[in-house]
Design a protein around this ligand. Structure first.
Ligand code: ADP
Ligand code: MG
Length: 647
């Protein structure tokens, strides 16, 4: 097969350009990325070999090797792992699958701040491309375990790459970098210098559980860090030694490990370039022993809310990597948590089916969930700023837990923080809300909707605003759902200001207001029953409102009815829900309403008077528009309006 020239996918090309023009100042991390990929490839091969007896692959001495040539100015990172087929090379290296890439690229272009840009680029997980920060040409020679034909991939990172057959390629992958000249000013070190390479490996990849080998140093015959790989050394010209300690960080006590070491493990596991927001170490001893090292990332992946997002922790059994994305260890609403669980008593060839049933796994699941939530709770008080970031990134996912995790509902509620009418910028917790509740206020008020602006300006808020009563502004779509499932916090009912009857004066009513109300009710009885009949297609009742101050009318749901937003959501999910009619509330203090009542009384309910019927319809339409709803027949509404406005 002759060499074929391919073009990089557009997004991939743009990312490469960013890499080459080095928006990331710490160039050393390229090695962390290549070693991380090699380590993943070894994990994958080990798993495949375990599952498939017939796989024609050599798993006897899985390792990573670094090979530098100062004369040729090349560095090769080699592994004898799973390798890639020709098609895999093209799809995995030539394209970026991530759906959020285009948006992130745009953000990057808009960012002038170098630190922010470096942060953003960390979100791509552009591991392999980081090679182009230090190399002007990269060659990959790879052979998929079990296949006979190898592939050579070469690129200068400038829009195209070539792919050709490579005969005699050993199993696994060798990535060779043709290094750019060292340039201290740009933090571009001499990556053929074996001291430098050791330093980088120690710093970023020490915990990798596979040996990383380099030619032994003449001056370090007795290498203090690693065990010499004698068997590998005999055949080659130079003796090889292992330069990483391969020690599992989760098996070491917290005092022995620096935060930086934890963070590097996180970056390898999560394919992230940014430090995590929090590290959690947990050890269970006794009859059922396990260790867990968990991380809460500092930013959400762009696919946190897509259905095919990979989630789960890495499962190890007695230091041996058994499974990626083990979903059974944490509930779906904690899918953003990354990390490792190493259990002592599971079988090495445990399957997913077994895991789902396993009592020990269920115990770990419960314990880890509680631990993550209590860590978040602590973070709330110990580092409120960091907590605010975590909530901003993952709050929407955590709120899903209010629907599914009954055991931890109270903790989850205490973690929640919401926008509120109390402060334009600062969100509030429920506890803080309760503390501020007015004397006599029994319930926690909220309003759901699409945006803060829409919710804040809704007619439903009028009486609450006038009385200075705080209302939570819930604008995530998940809010619509969990509020129906959570009855109360701290003994206080959660209550929508757009549902049921609201009577903010109930506590302070004197005899006078009571009798005023009763008179008003009498005065409007005829109008209300006539209008209920007129609008029967659209509403189940027309009644007087106590929640309106300036608007003539608004629509409310009955206390236990589902809201229109929820109805729409269920429909979108393909569920057949009946249409629920709402209640139209009129503001007797509004001249439009009082004059309508007057006109209606004067005409003595003449059933043929279509003029009043039009006004009833207009009132309903206005109430719908005011809350951001859509009219069934906008053209008709416009016509009725035009007729009325004609002078
Ligand atoms: P990520 O590691 O986050 O998936 P990378 O850009 O580092 O992203 O790598 C892209 C993909 O290329 C990997 O997911 C893997 O499938 C493949 N790959 C990279 N390096 C190797 C390797 N040494 N062996 C096998 N596959 C590799
Ligand atoms: Mg990678």
């Amino acid at each position: 097969m002759s060499a074929e020239i391919h073009e990089f996918q557009v997004e991939a090309r743009q990312l490469l350009q960013l890499m080459i023009h080095s928006i990331y100042s710490n160039k050393d991390v390229f090695l962390r990325e290549l070693v991380s990929n090699a380590s993943d490839a070894l994990d994958k091969l080990r798993l495949e070999a375990l599952r498939d007896d017939a796989l024609d692959a050599d798993v006897s001495d899985l390792h990573i090797a670094l090979d530098a040539d100062a004369q040729a100015r090349t560095l090769t990172v080699r592994d004898n792992g799973v390798g890639m087929s020709r098609d895999e090379v093209v799809s995995l290296i030539g394209t970026i699958a991530s759906s959020g890439t285009a948006r992130l690229l745009q953000e990057l272009k808009d960012t002038k701040d170098a630190d922010a840009a470096a942060g953003l680029i960390g979100q791509f997980g552009v591991g392999f491309y980081s090679a182009f920060m230090v190399a002007d040409e990269v060659t990959v020679v790879t052979r998929r375990a079990g296949e006979s034909q190898g592939t050579r991939w070469t690129s200068r990172g400038e829009g195209t790459y070539t792919v050709e057959a490579a005969d005699d390629a050993p199993q696994g992958t060798a990535v060779t970098l043709h290094l750019k000249p060292a340039d201290a000013e740009n933090q571009l070190h001499d990556y053929t210098d074996s001291w430098k390479l050791r330093e980088i490996v120690k710093r970023y990849s020490d915990f990798i559980t596979w040996p990383i080998r380099m030619p032994a140093h003449a001056t370090t015959a007795a290498d203090p860090g690693g065990d010499s790989a004698g068997e590998g050394a005999e055949s080659g010209p130079a003796a090889l030694e292992t330069v990483n300690s391969m020690k599992a960080l989760w098996a070491r006590s917290r005092e022995e490990v620096t935060d930086e070491e934890y963070h590097e493990l996180y970056k390898h596991l999560a394919h992230d370039w940014l430090d995590p927001a929090e590290t959690i170490l947990l050890r269970a001893e006794g009859t059922f022993e396990y260790q867990a090292l968990l991380f809460i990332p500092s930013h959400a992946p762009h696919d946190l809310f897509t259905r095919d997002q990979r989630r789960g922790l890495q499962l190890y059994v007695k230091r041996v990597h058994i499974m990626d994305d083990c979903e059974e260890l944490l509930p779906p609403y904690l899918r953003f948590v990354k990390g490792v669980v190493d259990a002592q008593d599971l079988s090495l060839n445990v399957s997913r089916e077994i895991l789902q049933q396993d009592r020990q796994i269920q115990m770990i699941h419960r314990r880890l969930t509680k631990k993550v939530l209590s860590t978040l709770k602590d973070l709330m008080t110990s580092a409120p700023d960091r907590y605010a970031t975590v909530w901003r990134e993952f709050g929407r996912a955590l709120k899903e837990g209010l629907l599914s995790d009954f055991d931890n509902r109270d903790t989850l509620l205490s973690l929640c923080s919401f926008a509120s009418t109390h402060d334009a910028d600062e969100p509030t917790t429920l506890a803080q809300y309760v503390e501020r509740m007015k004397e006599g206020q029994e319930e926690i008020y909220y309003l759901t909707g699409d945006s803060r602006e829409a919710v804040e300006n809704s007619p439903h808020m009028e009486a609450f605003r006038a009385k200075g009563i705080e209302v939570l502004l819930l604008t995530d779509s998940v809010d619509e759902v969990w509020v129906t499932a959570v009855p109360a916090f701290d003994g206080k009912q959660l209550r929508s200001v757009a549902k049921g009857e609201v009577d903010l004066d109930a506590g302070e009513q004197d005899k006078q207001t009571v009798s005023d109300r009763e008179n008003q009710q009498k005065e409007y009885t005829d109008l209300l029953s006539w209008m209920t009949g007129e609008l029967t297609q659209d509403v189940k009742e027309v009644r007087l409102s106590t929640r309106l101050i300036v608007s003539p009318a608004c629509l409310v749901s009955d206390t236990y009815d589902i809201t229109p937003a929820l109805e729409t959501m269920y429909r979108a999910m393909g569920q057949d829900v009946p249409h629920t009619k709402r209640i139209l509330e009129l503001n007797p203090g509004h001249p439009l309403v009082s004059s309508l009542n007057k006109a209606h009384t004067e005409r003595n309910g003449d059933p043929d008077d279509s003029g009043l019927g039009d006004i009833a319809e207009l009132l309903y339409g206005m109430a719908l528009i005011a809350e951001g709803g859509a009219l069934k027949d906008p053209a008709r509404f416009a016509k009725l309006m035009a007729d009325r406005l004609t002078v």
